[in-house]
Design a protein around this ligand. Structure first.
Ligand code: MEV
Length: 423
């Protein structure tokens, strides 16, 4: 990777953008071909992925620029249908660079597999009995995946607790598994299914569910960055973002939207890299509400220099191997573009993108309102649809954004007008 700090990347043609990214991260001719073809996944392959396939649903793949994380440059691949998200992330990353970019880290890839036991006559004593044979249970669990164990991962602990429910007391075990570079759902499910009958035998009662938890509390990712007061637009913007943050942290109606904005970036990256977006969303939103009320996933403060300091922490169960990350041709290219070496690095980068997205959304709402940014992209789309060529594109967009509401007919009229004037 040379640098992702490319000015006016959006002004390049698509061909030039692909070339720029390809040169920077070393994509093959075949990768470039796949990107240009706009697909990658064939119907035959799709037919193996899920059931009852009748076609394909495609999304644009964009690249956010300017990201500097732990001193390393990243192009961020994002698959998303919503305008402004890629541009907003890029703008935030550009501003973060002024003070050195983002710092980010992620925990080991420890996932939780749950085993539910009901009708246990003496749940607390049963818990102790199972604890006594923990070592052998971990060994049996690891027997289901020697490859993972050889890679340094595998089941590392078994904990339990008694949970009171509307159907009485239940004994719930958590098998902790280091999934290394995989998201880990299949591995963890196989392990809990393997040991559940033995746990049932030791504990008494009846085993019910044996399944992974998406609240990946041991697999946290975090990022933080300082945003220079003047670079973000001055004191007024800093104050506005602090107020917006306080609002989100106090009010669930705002909190949901605030965290949705954060997930715009994270989920777009997850989709681009073939990760399970539903698992990530479930974990993030549950984590945000863990205290009993919805909290913002990001925090904003002011430092002694008057700059804005942002931080974020959330569970991020993402993989760089297995599932669609390894089988979807575009996901494989997205991972190449990211050039991440491990799932931990991917999670750390995602956390930084989430923070950038929150910053950009709050700043846009403080400064000009969110619609203005959307209007520009809307104008651009309509201008291109109306036949605006690169020589007049900027002028068409500028004319259209002067209107309060833009339609396709407006775009056609402006394009025609400029052509007639010979611009
Ligand atoms: C829109 O997709 C996301 C925002 O609503 C996020 C926010 O309000 O913080 C702009």
């Amino acid at each position: 990777m040379t640098t992702s700090d490319v000015s006016e990347f959006y002004k390049l043609t698509m061909e030039e953008r692909v070339r720029r990214v390809a040169d920077s991260v070393g994509l093959s001719v075949e990768d470039i071909g796949t990107l240009k073809a706009g697909s990658g996944l064939t119907l035959d392959k799709a037919d193996y992925m899920i059931e009852n396939v009748i076609g394909m649903m495609q999304l644009p793949l964009g690249v956010a620029t300017h990201f500097l994380i732990n001193g390393k440059d990243y192009f961020i691949p994002m698959a998303i249908e919503e305008p402004s998200v890629v541009a907003a992330a890029s703008l935030a990353a550009k501003m973060a660079r002024v003070k050195g970019g983002f710092k980010a880290s992620a925990d080991r890839s420890i996932m939780i597999g749950q085993i539910q036991l009901v009708e246990v006559p003496d749940p607390h004593a049963a818990l102790q009995r199972v604890r006594e044979v923990k070592g052998s249970l971990l060994e049996i669990a690891n027997g289901t995946n020697p490859t993972l164990v050889n890679l340094g991962g595998g089941a590392v602990d078994l904990t339990g607790r008694v949970v009171d429910t509307e159907r009485g007391r239940m004994l719930i075990f958590h098998l902790l598994v280091d999934c290394k570079d995989a998201m880990g759902a299949n591995t963890v499910n196989a392990m809990v299914e393997e040991i559940a009958p033995l746990v049932e035998e030791m504990a008494g009662g009846k085993v019910r569910l044996r399944i992974l938890s998406n609240l990946a509390i041991h697999r946290m990712a975090r990022a933080w960055a300082t945003f220079d007061r003047d670079a973000v637009g001055g004191e007024h913007v800093v104050e506005g973002i602090l107020d917006a943050h306080a609002f989100a942290d106090a009010d669930p109606y705002r909190c949901a939207t605030n965290n949705k904005g954060i997930m715009n970036g994270i989920v777009a990256m997850a989709l681009a890299t073939g990760n399970d977006t539903r698992a990530i969303e479930a974990g993030a939103h549950t984590y945000a509400s863990l205290s009993g009320r919805c909290r913002s996933l990001a925090r904003w403060e002011r430092n002694e220099d008057g700059d804005l300091v942002g931080s974020i922490e959330l569970p991020l169960a993402v993989g760089t191997v297995g599932g669609a990350t390894s089988s979807h041709p575009v996901a494989k290219i997205a991972l190449k573009i990211l050039d991440v070496k491990t799932a931990q690095e991917l999670a750390a980068v995602m956390a930084a993108v989430g923070l950038a997205q929150n910053f950009a959304a709050l700043r846009a709402m403080i400064k000009e309102g969110i619609q203005k940014g959307h209007m520009k992209l809307h104008a651009r789309n309509l201008a291109i649809m109306a036949g605006a060529t690169p020589d007049i594109l900027d002028e068409v967009i500028s004319e259209l954004t002067k209107l309060t509401k833009i339609t396709y007919d407006d775009a056609v009229r402006v394009v025609r007008g400029l052509r007639e004037r010979g611009t």
